[in-house]
Design a protein. Structure first.
Length: 526
């Protein structure tokens, strides 16, 4: 009995030893696998940074990637929330919106707790579109600005597209944030998320440009995802082109949301049933009229002699019996004759003399064959005496400029200084063509101006010169408070990126554009 018990205990000890060994091996294996996985993730992050010219900083366990991905400044990092067993790592994707956003804007996906908050009085701005109002919680101080921006169709499309693919989307001020649990090394996923964020950021940028009144370029279709998987972006160029296409869509949409801006109405698609019904009604009316004519219930109207001449009828045979084309403009004082006709005396019934060549059905005599055209002397075909148009008179007094002997100041005159040039462009009475002429007449002049930096953005635009692509734009003011945007070439990025708000900057550059809404001049630095 005692021997059997000893044997059982020995077997039990062996089983316990094996079980403990397996547990230790599994733990060691998980630790090794985790270390290998973290190393692989860091390598993929470093590859993503090198591929797109980004900076990778931070520790090995918590790296951070920052830089310009195409026209959008992005950040990729991780954070840890909770403590002990409840610690959770999250990967965060950030994208900066270049354009100003409505003050205090916060936008995120509506959930259960946010719905409860709305019941208890939490702020939720309604823009009047049920799809957007039901999809997002919207907060803001500038309610009109939010309503105008989110009311643009391409902005709504971009928001719904991105939030459907990334429910963790959050827009706050000029920042777009997407986060998910864990740390991923899937380059396709990382690039796909940033492509979606770049699309949204550039659409919001373009929305600001639209509301600011920037002239839209030719419309380019926005990128469309063919599948539900994240789009694969192979290079910075593809990311930039995809974002520019989204920006072009909204800039070409011409959906001005400003108060008092005229809207363009578009016709709805043709309804074949309605068209057939209208044609049937028209045919029925014509048939009824024909039957009344046969029964003598109606009498067709007869043209009067005052309209068609003394014959009281219009001869289709004579209508095309015109002389040769050379005689068509034979009368050298045709305009003068018309201006002195009965029309000018408010007597339309006498506008045409019944004894004229036209009323006598002799159109060949309507023009004198001895005119300058028939004598092959075109120089004398028209009377050289000044007419109303020669004197600059339109015939409508309210539209004619006062003739007090003073000459109008030429809008294309060269400016003596940058302040004078800005003052000329600030004239609210000028038309766009006049401002463009002023800019063209001063396009070869470089100006020196001292400015105070407001912020530094990335230069972008569909008409941006090649020499300025991938460069920086400095938003700034001069000593008098006038607004300027100075665009620098890419070669000076390292210098311009160091500028901070409030620093002074001396610029030499040419004035190339004027924003009359914000009274802002754009200079291209030499």
């Amino acid at each position: 009995m005692s021997g059997t018990l000893a044997l059982f205990l020995a077997k039990d000890d062996a089983f316990g030893f094996i079980f403990a060994f397996v547990i230790v091996a599994v733990v060691v294996g998980l630790i090794a696998w985790g270390a290998h996985n973290q190393k692989k993730i860091r390598e993929n992050w470093a590859m993503f940074a090198r591929k797109n010219g980004l900076q990778m900083q931070g520790s090995k366990t918590r790296p951070t990637i920052q830089g310009w991905l195409g026209p959008v400044y992005i950040t990729l990092n991780t954070i840890v929330r909770g403590s002990g067993k409840n610690r959770t790592t999250y990967t965060q994707y950030h994208a900066t919106i270049n354009a100003p956003m409505p003050a205090g804007i916060v936008l995120y996906k509506e959930g259960f707790f946010s719905k409860v908050g709305k019941v208890f009085g939490g702020q939720d701005v309604q823009i009047g579109d049920p799809v957007i109002d039901n999809a997002f919680i919207i907060k803001a101080q500038d309610l009109l600005g939010v309503h105008n921006l989110l009311g643009l169709a391409p902005v709504k499309k971009a928001l719904l597209y991105v939030v459907t693919r990334h429910p963790g989307l959050r827009v706050q001020d000029r920042q777009i944030l997407i986060e998910h649990t864990g740390m991923t090394g899937d380059l396709g996923k990382i690039e796909g998320i940033f492509a979606d964020m770049s699309y949204l950021a550039q659409t919001l940028d373009a929305g600001y440009q639209e509301l600011a009144g920037t002239r839209p370029p030719e419309k380019v279709p926005a990128p469309k995802a063919k599948t539900r998987s994240a789009p694969a972006i192979k290079s910075r160029t593809e990311v930039r082109h995809e974002a520019q296409a989204a920006a072009a869509e909204i800039l070409g949409a011409q959906l001005f949301a400003q108060t008092g801006t005229p809207q363009i109405r578009t016709s709805r698609p043709e309804d074949r049933a309605e068209k057939q019904k209208a044609l049937s009604e028209m045919a029925s009316a014509l048939n009824q009229y024909g039957e009344k004519l046969e029964r003598g219930e109606v009498v067709p109207e007869t043209p009067d002699a005052a309209t068609y001449g003394s014959a009281g009828k219009f001869s289709t045979d004579d209508a095309f019996k015109s002389p040769t084309l050379e005689d068509a403009f034979a009368d050298p004082k045709l305009n003068d004759d018309v201006s002195n006709a009965a029309w000018s005396r408010n007597e339309p019934s006498k506008a045409f003399d019944s004894s004229s060549a036209w009323s006598s059905n002799e159109p060949s005599k309507a023009f004198d064959s001895s005119s300058a055209w028939s004598s092959n002397s075109p120089s004398s075909a028209f009377d050289s005496s000044p007419t109303d148009s020669d004197r600059g008179e339109s015939g409508f007094g309210s539209f004619d400029a006062a003739t007090d002997g003073k000459k109008a100041t030429p809008t294309g005159a060269a400016a003596a200084s940058l302040d004078e040039l800005v003052a000329m462009l600030s004239d609210g009475s000028l038309m766009t063509s006049a401002r463009e002429q002023i800019i063209a007449d001063n396009s070869n002049t470089s100006w020196e101006v001292g400015l105070t930096v407001d912020r530094v953005d990335s230069s972008w635009g569909f008409e941006l010169p090649d020499s300025l692509r991938d460069g920086k734009t400095v938003e700034c003011k001069d000593a008098a408070g006038k607004n300027y945007a100075v665009r620098f070439p890419k070669a000076r990025n390292a210098q311009i990126e160091k500028l901070r708000n409030g620093e002074t900057l001396k610029v030499f550059g040419k004035l190339v554009a004027w924003d009359d809404l914000f009274k802002k001049a754009t200079l291209d630095a030499d």
